[in-house]
Design a protein around this ligand. Structure first.
Ligand code: ATP
Ligand code: MG
Length: 149
């Protein structure tokens, strides 16, 4: 998963620079999972793009990778606008966008997280959201580690 994070974040650098958002990766250890590297890059890129889109300028985004309970855990932590509690389950629905995002007219379709959830589930993983309005959001992706044969 280390390569996945490196490649996904590399592709987000121009967007980060545009908004002067600083970026930090905290890779505790590499974790190997089964699946399609390009799809997983797509997942992390989508989450990084959201973190950037829904954060003001001059904030910080952090990505962590660690192992827990035979799973690889990736966290994407932003200091952005946050998501209200009742909205959290809805953001994974197709075409759903929180009002603030719609009125911002950031040009999204609301499909990103629906695809992300689908891809994570195809890898037998799950996604968790922690968010506080005005403080920021943590997206946590949990993927089962590859089992030795
Ligand atoms: P796109 O299809 O281009 O990704 P989108 O970003 O609007 O469009 P999703 O990525 O599916 O769609 O996200 C759905 C909604 O969830 C967003 O419109 C936004 O309201 C909210 N959201 C997602 N990520 C964050 C975040 N990190 N901070 C705050 N709100 C978020
Ligand atoms: Mg998006």
């Amino acid at each position: 998963l280390k390569d996945v994070i490196v490649r996904a974040t590399e592709m987000t650098v121009p967007r980060l620079e545009e908004k002067n958002i600083s970026f930090e990766a905290e890779i505790e250890q590499d974790v190997v999972v089964e699946g399609d590297a390009n799809r997983l890059i797509q997942v992390v890129m989508n989450l990084m793009t959201n973190a950037t889109t829904y954060s003001p300028e001059n904030t910080k985004i952090k990505v962590k990778l660690y192992e827990q309970n035979k799973s690889g855990v990736i966290e994407i932590i932003d200091e952005g606008i946050g998501i209200e509690k009742p909205e959290i389950p809805r953001i994974f629905e197709r075409f759903y966008r929180v009002d603030r995002a719609r009125s911002r007219n950031s040009g999204g379709t609301g499909l990103g997280l629906a695809i992300v959830k689908h891809l994570i589930e195809a890898h037998h993983g799950k996604i968790q959201v922690e968010s506080e309005v005005g403080k920021g959001t943590t997206m946590r992706v949990i993927l089962p580690e590859k089992q030795p044969n």
